[in-house]
Design a protein around this ligand. Structure first.
Ligand code: GLU
Length: 396
């Protein structure tokens, strides 16, 4: 007999959080671990945003707010969508939650019936399938290949859709691969979705602002006929270096937004009032630093990709966004290295060389691993030396 529910037995703890926790514990025990596991900007939250939070505390904005966000924050979100994505929404089409994670979780809890399918292109962010399972749905994982840039093709999408498909998740730029879908690529997927009128689209745009090489960000709700079936999720965590503040939001059909509100009203109520005030300033204040930070990330990406590709047995694509790369370690999984799979590879890398990364299989694609380069250049330089030495030690 166990106290744990059958429902909970279907899911596992988040692997990204697990790696981050392990690295933190090892560091606390005095070990010189370099953590490339967590997907979290190393930059600090800008001062104007911190000040808005301090002002909110001093003003007494420390009480309950409307369950799914203050009118002030919803207005700032509406303006963001207009300014950056040319999308029009009204107040009742916006919801704010405790991080993008809660918004996605609530969405599935609010909309999935037993057996409903959710198409999830792999590699995927680790929490999508487990959230679907917890809500009683069925994740339908579609593997995307390295030679397609790890992106979903219209052919694969068409094949994946069934009568039971309720949602498809799109995430561009992607966690864990950094792959960014071009406007043309999204339009091609959109064409398939236009023909399948019962399918809803969850667009996870959390990495919108972290992109490189003149990548033109495009989100699927910009296809006007799909807007009414699209929930566009975003948040301040990555763009504004505010992971700990826990503010995510979404815009979409009123019935989904009000269903999410119902769940939130019976679970967490409003996201932190102080964080909401900070998020208003993030979305409405000075935005120039976003580009400057993206440029710093670009330099790190180039350094990491070049370093990885100089290692025998490792190969790595150069992605157009996010702060992740997803190199292949297949060249080192063999009898000679005595490493069978990516899970063993990352375990040994952590134990032997003190570099924490996440195994590709956690994201639904074996033979790869994810590096988050959202850390200082100094750390990255040290980490790349260690990874190189580690890989060489396997074949010598
Ligand atoms: N999204 C980040 C990551 O993938 C944060 C950790 C998490 O919530 O998974 O590392």
């Amino acid at each position: 007999m166990t106290i744990v529910s059958n429902n909970l037995k279907r899911i596992k703890p988040s692997p990204t959080i697990a790696v981050t926790t392990k690295a933190r514990e090892m560091r606390a025990a005095g070990k010189d671990v370099i953590g490339l596991g967590a997907g979290e900007p190393d930059f600090d939250t800008p001062n104007n945003i911190k000040k808005a939070a301090i002002d909110a505390i001093e003003k007494g904005d420390t009480k309950y707010t409307a369950v799914d966000g203050t009118p002030a924050l919803k207005k700032a979100i509406i303006e963001k969508f207009k300014r950056e994505n040319n999308l029009d929404y009204t107040l009742d089409q916006i919801t704010v939650g405790t991080g993008g994670k809660q918004v996605i979780y609530n969405t599935f809890m609010a909309t999935l019936n037993k057996g409903d399918e959710v198409i999830i292109p792999a590699p995927f962010w680790v929490s999508y399938p487990d959230m679907v399972l917890l809500a009683g749905g069925k994740p339908k994982i579609i593997k995307c290949e390295e030679h397609d840039g790890f992106k979903l093709t219209p052919e694969k999408l068409k094949k994946a859709i069934s009568k039971k498909t309720k949602w498809i998740i799109l995430n561009s730029p992607s966690n864990p691969t950094g792959a960014g879908y071009t406007k043309e690529e999204i339009e091609k997927l959109g064409k398939v979705l236009l023909k399948n009128k019962n399918v809803f689209i969850l667009s996870d745009d959390i990495y919108e602002h972290i992109n490189y090489d003149n990548f033109n960000f495009f989100t699927i709700a910009q296809i006007s006929k799909l807007k009414e079936r699209t929930l566009t999720m975003n948040g301040v965590s990555k763009s504004y270096a505010m992971t700990g503040w826990r503010i995510g939001y979404a815009a979409g059909p009123k019935d989904i937004i009000s269903a999410i509100r119902k769940i939130q009203s019976q679970s967490t109520s409003n996201p932190s009032s102080v964080s909401q005030a900070a998020a208003v300033e993030a979305l409405s204040g000075e935005q120039d630093f976003i580009k400057e930070r993206a440029e710093a990330f670009r330099k790190r990406r180039d350094f990491v990709v070049n370093s990885l590709n100089s290692i025998n047995g490792i190969s790595c694509l150069r992605p157009s966004g996010a702060f992740y790369v997803f190199p292949s370690c297949k060249g080192l999984l063999n009898k000679r290295t005595k490493i069978k799979n990516d899970t063993e590879f990352v375990k040994k890398l952590l134990e032997q060389s003190m570099v924490a990364v996440v195994q590709g299989s956690a994201f639904g694609l074996e033979g790869y691993f994810r590096i988050s380069y959202a850390t200082s250049m100094e750390n990255l330089e040290k980490a790349m030396v260690r990874i190189k030495e580690f890989c060489e030690s396997l074949t010598n």
